[in-house]
Each structure stands twice: as structure tokens, then as C-alpha cells.
Ligand binder design. Structure first.
Ligand SMILES: NC(=O)c1ccc[n+]([C@@H]2O[C@H](COP(=O)([O-])OP(=O)(O)OC[C@H]3O[C@@H](n4cnc5c(N)ncnc54)[C@H](OP(=O)(O)O)[C@@H]3O)[C@@H](O)[C@H]2O)c1
Length: 155
């Protein structure tokens, strides 16, 4: 199984404020869909609650929670290990946030799909964990207006 992170982050590491995303970049949302549709996405309970329409369509939605047992359209697990154990061997599983889940997942992840946004947010209370850049190859970098799409693969 390949475990990947997908994240949109400002240059200071910010990823969210008051349980909402910081930016609305249509092309980034398109990329998120294109990469994740047909796959499994894993998210924390807060990220699930931030979704405007509940479970993301055309994907297996896994939500991690120790306090909520059942969520319509989602498979709920009490640990990341159990959640990953339920996934098929050959598939790419996408860890889609938030901060708490990214933090735990990083050591298991082979690839990071990063959207790096040049505009600093006014306020943020959720951040992507610092990664040691020596452990990662930047395999793809595509510059856009105000942001870039970057792919890191673990060395
Ligand atoms: N920019 C981006 O790409 C991006 C992507 C996603 C999210 N975000 C942002 O990130 C922020 C949310 O991050 P967050 O750290 O507050 O929350 P989160 O990681 O989405 O969810 C945390 C919750 O998930 C559950 N959880 C986490 N790890 C678990 C484990 N190992 N086993 C069982 N349950 C587990 C717990 O729920 P219980 O308390 O129910 O046990 C925990 O309180 C929001 O601002 C959101 O918009 C940004």
C-alpha cells in the first residue's frame, strides 16, 4: 500500500483556522479531486466536520475518532493503524488532514502532494508539521500564479 499526504499549506506552515481551510483555490480543489477520486481518504474528526456536504463522493471516506462511532457514508476507526489495516494492499491511500492526523501519519508516508501558497494568512491555528527536508526528494514542482504544486517522495 502506498500512503500519501495531500495538503495545502502557506509558507509559514499554516493549514487552517477555526476548523476551516485558509484558501479557496479552484484549481487546487480540482487537483485534489483528480488525485483522490476512486481512492480511500483518511481524515480526523475535525476535518470531517469541516466538510460542507459530509463524506466526499466517489471515495472511501475513513474518519478517525474516539468519540463518534457512526458517520453516514464513512468508515470510522479509533486508530490510524486500524484504519490503514482495513485498506487494500495495492491501493494509494490519501491522508487528507488535519494537523493531528498529519502529525501521526508522516512517519508512514511515502509521498506528499503539497500545494504551497505564497500568500500568508492573517490568522491560523492549525499547522502542518515540520518535515526534515533531507529525507525527501522534490520530484515535481509546478509553478502557478501565487502558489505551486509540489510532490515530495521519500528518499
Ligand atoms: N490545508 C489543508 O490541506 C487542510 C486539510 C485538512 C484539514 N485542514 C485544517 O486542519 C484543521 C483541523 O485539524 P485538527 O488537528 O484540529 O483536527 P483533525 O486532525 O482533522 O481531527 C482531530 C480529531 O481526529 C480524531 N483523531 C485523530 N487522530 C486519531 C487517532 N489516531 N485515533 C482516533 N481518532 C483520532 C480525534 O477525534 P475525537 O476527538 O473524536 O477522538 C481528534 O480530536 C482545520 O482547520 C482544517 O480546515 C487543512
Amino acid at each position: 500500500m502506498k500512503i500519501s499526504i495531500i495538503v495545502a499549506m502557506a509558507e509559514n506552515g499554516a493549514i487552517g483556522f477555526r476548523n476551516q481551510l485558509l484558501y479557496h483555490i479552484p484549481e487546487d480543489l480540482k487537483r485534489f479531486k483528480a488525485l483522490t477520486i476512486g481512492h480511500t481518504v483518511v481524515m480526523g474528526r475535525n476535518t470531517y466536520l469541516s466538510l460542507p456536504n459530509g463524506a466526499l463522493p466517489q471515495r472511501r471516506n475513513i474518519v478517525l475518532s474516539r468519540t463518534i462511532k457512526n458517520i453516514t457514508g464513512c468508515d470510522v476507526y479509533v486508530s490510524l493503524e486500524e484504519a490503514l489495516h482495513s485498506c487494500s494492499e495495492g491501493e494509494e491511500v490519501f491522508i487528507i488532514g488535519g494537523e493531528k492526523v498529519y502529525r501521526q501519519a508522516i512517519p508512514m508516508v511515502q509521498r506528499i502532494y503539497l500545494t504551497l501558497i505564497k500568500r500568508a494568512p492573517l490568522q491560523a491555528d492549525a499547522f502542518f508539521p515540520k518535515i526534515s527536508i533531507q529525507q525527501w526528494d522534490m520530484s515535481i514542482k509546478e509553478e502557478r500564479d501565487g502558489y505551486s504544486f509540489i510532490q515530495y517522495d521519500r528518499k
